[in-house]
Ligand binder design. Structure first.
Ligand code: ADP
Ligand code: MG
Length: 694
């Protein structure tokens, strides 16, 4: 309420003060994150519909991308056999009828009523006749003026109860009164260079377009504007990391690393050599390393990290590696502890299930410096964990950690170096945004002798044959994973389904030993189960996605994935990365029950590609960046206008321009740059801490 009383008359005037917007509409707008007039002006259309190009329903052909108008004849919502939520509508016009369905849109339940007029827009597919899948739609109010002069109608992201027409009226009012208050945010040079319109023209055009070309230019300008300042923020953060945080100088002495290298059963790949060099270069300087290590599954990231950790130890500092799951932390620890202790590096494991007495002892060792390396989970960043002198922090599978957790760990050391590893290949556009303030090293080569995993899409009716194949591999002394369908709705259904899969597999392989791991199984039991699988006491391990990351069992050569259509490609690739780790030929089998065409294509693409980066790009194209990253995990401000896939070219330019500027003038103090700094600050005013480092 405070905010409402303050009367400013500027762009931060609450929308409620706009003519035609009462408290009810204002609270609806608030759901879209629009509280002020300024935010409303920058609520730009998702797309446009050219009304002059609507098509009579009878003429609609599968494959067309078109818009139709009609009246809802019937509507229903239900769950499909695969637990998908589905809302459907039958829409008629004078010439015919067409079905529209939406998946995974619980918000649409009860939204459609017979008799309402609706506009549908999207691609038509063939399915028992013709239908739209997840089309854009607009419900039309009774008094909507259909014959309006503008043929190009903007489609806004709307919230329930808010029609495009209400939105347009509100924006019209806001433009008329407040447009002139919007400051120009791009310099003349930049506008000239790219041929961008001024901000005022851009906003007017984007909301009330005269033709399609002008909307594209206006949108480009606004997107560039958003990305430019976003990248500027990242550029300054990166700049400040390296100048403000005086780090420790950690130089390789070779005392540990040379012995370590000799004892490794393999030689580093060229990519590993290069990346180690990049990391050591950073560690050897009096600044804080802040580096992202990317590499496809199996590219050998861990050993690179261990090497860097040893360098930290050579300098009498401590090194910590934090993993997202206990399985993973334990595996890293078990995998390396023998080698490390043979170098007399005292190494410990600290997780949530470390017993009290042992925990106390480890904490003491960390504090007095006798423990030199520690592996662990979130338990490492709890209060009470103190380091004597922390030199390097490695975070495995970073995307599972929030920024705050990362900060908590950083604060445990006197400016430790920081290495983030991720096995989910990240599309370049995300590397430049979500991770845009980090330096990046890429392991783009796999250790020799790795054969790509053979991947097959297998229809349900061939299940028996698939079992036969799995049996063959087991008879040959190999092992198999069976991955349960992903169920997002509830952990309870997830467990039930895992148990059901387990029963099914046990029935199919009565003479084999079958194990089960899922999220509800206690961690020490889970660990025991993983150990028995590793020791080959178990032939087939049925698992939920708890096995997704990092698990390393070379003798497992087969992975059967149930309902693969529920997983993203990057996630499937992660799963598949669990096999093909030994010298044997490996096989990933995707069991599809009934192929929707799109799914089948997606999975076929997956079966043909072993390149995690290509898959991640495809995933982003198909599902959007949010699905890959997990929403709001990264702690950076959201991008409202830019689409990281469609606008990637603009992103590259904005990034280039912003980083160039900061290189030239790190604190933006030169004449003419102060204005840019001011805008940057005002744009991220409530997020000033973003500019602070650590
Ligand atoms: P990532 O974490 O990148 O998926 P890992 O670090 O788990 O990969 O490495 C996968 C496997 O490859 C491990 O068993 C590791 O010991 C082995 N490995 C790492 N580097 C090499 C190399 N240069 N040559 C042969 N094997 C390697
Ligand atoms: Mg790993």
């Amino acid at each position: 309420m405070e905010g409402l009383k303050q009367k400013s008359g500027g762009l931060d005037t609450p929308v409620q003060f706009l003519k035609g917007i009462g408290p009810r509409r204002a609270s609806q707008l608030a759901k879209l994150g629009i509280e002020t007039v300024g935010q409303l002006l920058f609520h730009i259309p998702r797309r446009y519909v050219d009304r002059s190009r609507t098509v009579p329903i009878r003429q609609v052909m599968p494959g067309d991308e078109i818009t139709v108008f009609g009246r809802i004849a019937a509507s229903a919502s239900r769950r499909t056999r695969t637990y998908k939520q589905l809302v459907s509508c039958i829409v008629r016009d004078e010439t015919g009828m067409i079905e529209a369905v939406w998946f995974h849109r619980p918000d649409l339940k009860g939204r459609f009523h017979a008799g309402q007029e609706i506009m549908l827009s999207g691609k038509v597919t063939r399915y028992r006749g013709k239908r739209f899948v997840n089309p854009f739609f607009e419900l039309l109010e009774h008094d909507d003026d259909f014959s309006g002069i503008n043929a190009i109608v903007p489609v806004y992201p709307l919230t329930e109860g808010f029609s495009v027409w209400t939105m347009r009226r509100a924006i019209r009012t806001a433009l008329d009164r407040y447009l002139k208050l919007v400051p120009e945010t791009l310099t003349y040079e930049i506008r000239e260079h790219y041929g961008f319109p001024e901000i005022w023209e851009a906003l007017e055009t984007i909301h009330f377009p005269k033709n399609v070309g002008a909307t594209l230019r206006a949108r480009k300008r606004l997107v560039y504007d958003e990305l430019f300042y976003f990248e500027l923020l990242l550029a300054m953060r990166r700049q400040r990391y390296s100048t403000q945080r005086k780090g420790q100088q950690l130089l390789e002495t070779g005392e540990l690393t040379s012995r370590f290298k000799k004892r490794l059963p393999f030689k580093f790949t060229r990519a590993q050599e290069r990346v180690i060099h990049e990391i050591l270069e950073d560690m050897g300087q009096r600044k804080c390393m802040n580096r992202l290590l990317q590499g496809d599954v199996g590219s050998g990231k861990t050993v690179v990290a261990i090497y860097a950790m040893l360098v930290a130890c050579e300098n009498q500092t401590q090194a910590a590696m934090m993993a997202p799951t206990e399985i993973l932390a334990t595996q890293h620890f078990q995998g390396w502890t023998r080698k490390l202790s043979s170098l007399s590096v005292n190494t410990r494991l600290l997780t949530g299930s470390t017993r009290v007495a042992e925990r106390r002892e480890i904490l003491e060792g960390l504090e007095n410096g006798s423990v030199r390396m520690v592996f662990g989970t979130h338990a490492l960043i709890e209060q009470g964990v103190k380091f004597s002198r922390l030199g390097l922090v490695v975070v495995d599978e970073q995307h599972r950690f929030g920024v705050m957790q990362r900060a908590a760990l950083l604060n445990k050391g006197v400016n430790p170096d920081f290495l983030v590893m991720t096995a989910t290949p990240i599309p370049r556009t995300l590397t430049l945004t979500v991770y845009g303030d980090l330096d990046v090293s890429v392991l783009d080569e796999k250790p020799p002798g790795r054969k790509p995993v053979k991947t097959w899409v297998v229809p349900e009716h061939k299940r028996e044959r698939m079992y036969g194949f799995v049996e063959e591999r087991i008879a040959a002394g190999e092992q198999a994973f069976v991955v349960c369908p992903l169920i997002e709705e509830s952990e309870k259904i997830d467990v039930t389904s895992a148990i059901r899969t387990y029963e099914k597999i046990r029935a199919a392989f009565p003479h084999r030993s079958v194990g089960l791991v899922h999220g509800r199984i206690k961690s020490d039991e889970r660990r025991k189960m993983m150990d028995s699988f590793r020791n080959h006491e178990i032939d087939i391990l049925v698992a939920t996605t708890v096995i997704e990351v990092g698990v390393d069992i070379p003798n497992a050569t087969v992975m059967v994935i149930e309902h693969p259509e529920r997983f993203g490609l990057a996630q499937l690739h992660q799963l598949r990365g669990r096999i093909g780790r030994g010298g044997h030929e490996s096989y990933c089998i995707l069991m599809v029950s009934r192929g929707v065409q799109e799914t089948t294509e997606r999975l076929k693409f997956f079966s043909r590609s072993n390149d995690g980066f290509a898959l991640a790009e495809k995933d982003m194209e198909l599902r959007g960046p949010g699905e890959i990253m997990g929403r709001r995990q990264h702690g950076l401000p959201d991008l409202h206008l830019a689409d990281l896939f469609l606008d990637r070219e603009i992103l590259y330019r904005a990034r280039h321009d912003a980083f160039k500027l900061v290189k030239l003038d790190p604190e933006l103090r030169h004449p003419g740059h102060e204005r840019i700094m001011e805008i940057l600050k005002s744009r991220y005013s409530d997020k000033e801490k973003l500019l602070r480092v650590g």
